[in-house]
Write a protein that binds this ligand. Structure first.
Ligand SMILES: Cc1ncc(COP(=O)(O)O)c(C=O)c1O
Length: 361
């Protein structure tokens, strides 16, 4: 068996030790007589898995006690809709700062429920930058301000936390959670689909200031109610237990590797090497994002000669580098270099890029 370096944006590569442990425990979890995925979520084994995952995630990300953590099925898009239902009164304004494709998707999810305002957008710039905070048109009566901390497709990330005054900041951290230390208290709410840095697809995490859960929000079914999920310890209905278990293993692996400080150091090294390979190619490869906000997680780039793309991808596959095809919205090539991607994987990609250019440039 040979595992390739997988640059997929999500579902993304999982750490090999996590996959090995999951394989070893697949048929029998401990001495439970069954796999964890076959056991009741109300049983001692799974309750222990769930509680440990939360405790470890709190330690990894630095989540204070006055913030609740929810583990929910449905990924990030579901949370994009639920935040409006839970925190905005009917017709109340919400402010969105749109810096890429996922910010645009977030708008669609809340449009039916709120007075949707676009406080700032970099769309006219092809989502290659982040509008300066001074230019945002924020509403004093907004329920929240929403940003996408890292745009997975356009490869743009916030490098600082914007000040939104008394209006809480809500952030989609799907593709950058746990990649560097963050001050959770600067946010009212953080949400993330797990399938990039936290584990497998099929589960999402919501980190929310408990005080915000007092808000009435909008009429909604219990299953769409964060308070109800919290009261039931995220087991209001049958949770995605296998995904939760894998998330727990992944979070534990990140702690064992040195935590977010260590992953920030690795991310910096990986991103530096990859952008250097692009910028040093004399235009053969091209990343178009404003250098000040280039993502350290997702690196989209284009070949000077688009006709060479298929050859580039096929050659990469032969060199053991997979998942590099750009998202259909943007085209080109994209390398996602999340926490599970070793520095050696990025070095292999940079070497392949140099070799391809030499042969075909
Ligand atoms: C930043 C961001 N937000 C939201 C989503 C949507 O996530 P999901 O597919 O889990 O709903 C993605 C998926 O890639 C993403 O990258």
């Amino acid at each position: 068996m040979s595992r390739a370096y997988n640059f997929s944006a999500g579902p993304a590569a999982l750490p090999e030790p996590v996959l090995q442990q999951a394989r070893d425990e697949m048929l029998e979890y401990g001495d439970a007589g069954a796999s964890i995925v076959e056991l009741s979520h109300r049983g001692d084994e799974f309750i222990d898995v769930a509680r440990r995952a939360e405790a470890d995630l709190r330690r990894l990300v630095g989540i204070p006690d006055d913030y609740a953590v929810l583990f929910l099925g449905g990924g990030a898009t579901t949370q994009q809709a639920l935040i409006a239902l839970n925190f905005a009164a009917p017709g109340q304004p919400v402010d969105y700062v749109v810096t890429g494709h996922w910010g645009r998707i977030a708008l669609k999810q809340v449009a039916p429920y709120v007075d949707l305002r676009i406080a700032a957008s970099s769309e006219t710039d092809g989502f290659r930058s982040i509008p300066p905070r001074a230019e945002w048109a924020l509403s004093a009566d907004a329920a929240y301000v929403h940003i996408t901390a890292n745009e997975t497709i356009h490869g743009v990330e916030f490098r600082d936390v914007p000040d939104t005054g008394a209006v809480p900041l809500f952030a989609d951290f799907s593709s950058s959670i746990a990649s560097e230390p963050i001050d959770v208290r600067r946010y009212g709410l953080i949400y993330a689909g797990a399938q990039k840095n936290l584990g497998p697809v099929g589960i999402g995490v919501v980190i929310v200031d408990r005080a915000l859960l007092e808000r009435v929000g909008q009429p909604r079914a219990e299953i769409f109610d964060y308070r109800a999920h919290l009261a039931a310890e995220s087991m209001l209905n049958t949770p995605p237990s296998w995904n939760w278990y894998l998330l727990g293993l992944t979070v534990r692996w990140m702690l064992d590797e040195g935590g977010v400080e260590e992953f920030a150091r690795r991310s910096e090294a990986k991103a530096r090497a990859l952008y250097a390979a692009i910028d040093g190619s004399g235009g053969f490869y091209r990343n178009e994002v404003d250098a000040a906000v280039r993502s350290r997680m997702n690196v989209p780039f284009f070949l000077q000669e688009p006709a060479l793309e298929e050859d580039f991808l096929a050659g990469a596959r032969d060199a053991g580098l997979i998942g590099l095809r750009g998202h259909r919205v943007l085209g080109g090539i994209r390398a996602s270099i999340y926490n599970a991607m070793p520095v050696a994987g990025v070095e292999a990609l940079a070497a392949y890029m140099g070799d391809f250019q030499q042969r075909r440039g």
